[in-house]
Design a protein around this ligand. Structure first.
Ligand code: PMP
Length: 770
């Protein structure tokens, strides 16, 4: 779509200059992204006429002038655009053309010299000098402030992510991939750091048309129209982008600028650490604003001066690991936040094969050595960020500072066992019970989900006097002997030798997609519930309990149809058994609409088992049951777990509950879960490989099938998709008895941008696989 822009004729502008400024000169358009014109007088004097085409407030324009005046007063050695008043002494000319179009314009003295872009290949001295000049500029600007500088605009480097959704404008899938990667680098490595950095007013657009060079030295600077308050280091990052375009070794050229800058305004480690990610953010912004403008007017050449060069640079930077890029940029200064991260992946693999059992497999074709976690990201030793969409343990985000602080504080004060009195145990137990139905009042603290499920089995057996348990097909409940016997996922999976124990009774997976009773409605739910009754009838011993996940995780991210647990629990209780909800994977708000997943089915379990997210990665678990079942367990034999419920665990557990509440993570799971599922259903229209999308909150399954009728599982394709996304910086894995279900259960601090990015990448990779 081309939009006709109604710019005034050059004659009209000449007239404006004559009437408003009393100057008679020849007008020629200047390149650049603004509507600027050269006004050349016969006597050789030159001016720049700047049309104010956008709705920029006079206040902002005044601020620009105050900045220029401030820099001159501060003795900054740069030729800057000084404004010329109109004949009547006004800052701005307001001129009405013959056809009554009002024009706003300002006139500036011409800054002589050549723009950087036209001045030829700069030598190292010139690169260093640019850095020095910028540092002097930033030092001077740091002493200036203006309330209107606290604004944002489309080039604001702290808000580059606003452009991420425009990636769809790019036709070429590989180029989309480049943008996704660089954006993720920016989002993961720069954005969380920006608020802590020194802030000041910056010029904000040190591009190769705004930097003026004379005699091989940077002599002037144009265009303060992007000025705003930002992390000071944004200035350097923006300048770097334009100064290293077209360079054979861009980062080497950049290192000269960084070195010059650092010699005048020493950089902090924290500033250096975000430099490369900020460069990526600016490049993405530039490419996407260009893409957007191309749709408005593809012939407006001055909008696209940087576009092709930016793509070339982005494609090259993409191939460089972030730590390596950071090291190269800082190779000429003595500020190095990029620490050596120790042994290589291969060394670790070799060592692992020596000391660690091969029964423990490693994720992904390309194993990662992760060295850091933050929020929804893990970072490998090359500094590459990976969006973690599978780790439901780091529920409130990897290494959440409040969790870390809670653990460290308590560890430095007291860590003992539950035979002493301390506040943490009872405070935590009380807080946990507040999240549960009133009947669940007695809390046991343990160290892992397996341990907790083991205790749940003992509680049920003791309470009922029975020994037999029901379990759902495909389920996994833990790694102890009893729980392996109760985990069809293991005994019927690879290396398993089938159900070995007569006290274990398997009921069908309540799968409305693939299973025997189709559909997600109540009818299917009740039918699956009735299946439980049939198994109970066939069992030749009394039932102690039914161990069930309210949403089936390893079983294939299954959402049981409505009415399932209600029906099943009724039969179990009629048979004298107790109902145990294994919420190890599903609890603590992940389900979105409810804090506990059993609430989705509107049932009340007798025992609830918790693990994984409870301590955000700290080994911790809990069992909560009724006073009645707890009483049956109190028979004289003591219950004691050395580490379970220790003060450090309780302190961490409390911090996790606080964070879920304070950061409204359950609500977030609900909203993002809906967005995710909706997006998945949309791409499902395009890709027949997706057979089913299901989930609750941020517990989502995407089942891949080769044939929509036979439902032949597409396990290889699912694995291929996971591996490809992994190579693009997204961590996912497969689950279900056929390993054809992509499981999505990310830390709950995920963002809309992460969801949208994942959907775009999945869409592209599914196309590639098809
Ligand atoms: N229950 C469920 C549903 C699980 O998914 C798991 C672990 N994946 C466990 C119990 C066992 O927990 P842990 O590994 O902490 O022993």
């Amino acid at each position: 779509m081309k939009v006709e822009r109604s710019l005034p004729s050059l004659d009209t502008l000449a007239e404006l200059v004559q009437v408003e400024y009393g100057l008679h000169g020849e007008i020629t358009p200047l390149s650049g992204e603004n509507e600027n014109y050269l006004v050349a007088l016969e006597d050789g004097r030159r001016y720049v006429l700047k049309l104010i085409t956008e709705r920029i407030s006079s206040g902002v324009l005044e601020m620009e002038q105050q900045i220029v005046a401030h820099l001159q007063a501060a003795g900054v050695d740069l030729d800057l655009p000084r404004q010329v008043p109109t004949r009547s002494g006004a800052e701005e000319a307001s001129y009405s053309t013959r056809d009554k179009n009002p024009l706003r314009a300002r006139l500036f003295e011409f800054v002589s010299g050549m723009p950087w872009i036209a001045a030829g290949v700069p030598g190292n001295d010139q690169l260093r000098h640019l850095g020095e000049v910028l540092a002097a500029l930033d030092i001077a600007l740091a002493a200036f402030d203006h309330p209107l500088a606290r604004r944002t605009h489309c080039w604001d480097l702290t808000q580059a992510a606003q452009h991420r959704s425009k990636i769809d404008l790019i036709q070429d899938a590989e180029r989309r991939g480049v943008l996704e990667w660089l954006f993720q680098l920016y989002a993961a490595c720069a954005v969380p750091r920006l608020a802590e950095l020194p802030q000041s007013i910056i010029h904000g657009d040190i591009n190769d048309e705004n930097v003026i060079v004379q005699d091989g030295r940077v002599s002037g600077l144009l265009d303060f129209s992007d000025t705003l308050r930002n992390p000071t280091v944004s200035e350097l990052a923006i300048a770097l982008v334009y100064a290293i375009l077209d360079r054979p070794d861009p980062l080497l050229a950049g290192s000269e600028i960084v070195s010059g800058y650092n010699s005048i305004r020493p950089l902090l480690e924290s500033e250096v650490a975000v430099l490369f990610p900020l460069i990526c953010g600016r490049l993405c912004t530039s490419a996407l604003i260009a893409a957007e403008r191309r749709r408005i007017d593809p012939d407006h050449t001055s909008w696209f001066t940087t576009e092709a060069r930016a793509w070339d640079l982005m494609e090259r930077l993409c191939a460089i690991d972030p730590v390596e890029a950071g090291k190269r940029l800082t190779s000429k200064i003595d500020v190095h936040p990029f620490r050596d991260s120790g042994a290589s992946e291969q060394v670790l693999l070799d060592k692992r094969s020596r000391y660690i059992s091969p029964a423990l497999s490693i994720a992904y074709r390309q194993p990662h050595k992760m060295i850091r976690g933050e929020g929804q990201y893990l970072f490998d030793q090359r500094g590459r960020p990976f969006l973690d969409l599978v780790n439901n343990v780091c529920h409130v985000g990897h290494c959440h500072p409040r969790v870390v602080e809670a653990g460290q504080r308590q560890m430095a004060q007291l860590n003992t066992n539950t035979r002493y009195l301390y506040d943490g145990l009872t405070d935590y137990a009380a807080r946990l019970c507040e999240t549960l139905p009133d009947s669940l009042t007695t809390v046991f603290m343990l160290n892992s989900g397996s341990e907790a499920n083991e205790l749940a089995l003992r509680l049920a057996a003791k309470h009922t006097g029975a020994r037999d348990f029901l379990v759902v097909e495909g389920a996994y409940h833990g790694h102890t002997s009893n729980l392996i016997a109760l985990s069809p996922y293991k005994f019927s999976g690879p290396g398993g030798s089938g159900k070995a124990e007569s006290w274990v009774h398997v009921v069908p997976m309540p799968d409305g997609y693939r299973g025997k009773h189709k559909g997600g409605g109540r009818e299917a739910g009740v039918a699956y519930g009735d299946e439980v009754e049939k198994v109970i009838r066939r069992a030749d011993a009394p039932i102690a309990g039914f161990l069930v996940e309210p949403l089936m995780s390893c079983g294939g991210q299954i959402v049981p149809p409505a009415g399932y647990l209600e029906t099943a629990f009724r039969y179990v209780r009629e048979a004298g058994g107790v109902c145990i909800a294994d919420e190890v994977q599903t609890g603590f708000g992940r389900a979105g609409s409810h804090f506990w997943a059993f609430e989705l089915q509107d049932v009340l379990p007798d025992i609830v088992v918790m693990g994984k997210p409870i301590g955000n990665g700290h080994p911790m678990a809990a069992v909560v049951t009724t006073a009645e079942i707890a009483a049956s367990f109190t028979s004289g034999m003591e219950f004691f777990s050395t580490f379970g419920g220790n003060p450090v665990s309780c302190s961490i557990g409390l911090a996790v509950l606080d964070i879920i509440r304070d950061e409204k993570l359950q609500q977030r799971a609900l909203e993002l879960g809906e967005r995710f599922q909706e997006g998945l259903r949309q791409i499902m229209q395009k890709h027949t490989l997706i057979g089913d999308v299901r989930g609750a909150g941020l517990f989502i399954g995407v089942e891949l099938v080769r044939d929509g009728d036979t439902l032949e599982p597409a396990a290889e394709e699912a694995n291929e998709l996971v591996q490809r996304l992994n190579e693009r910086g997204i961590l996912l894995s497969t689950d279900g008895p056929f390993h054809n279900v992509i499981k999505i259960k990310p830390p709950m601090v995920l963002t809309k941008d992460d969801v949208d990015m994942t959907l775009r990448c999945m869409d592209d990779e599914l196309t590639a696989i098809a």
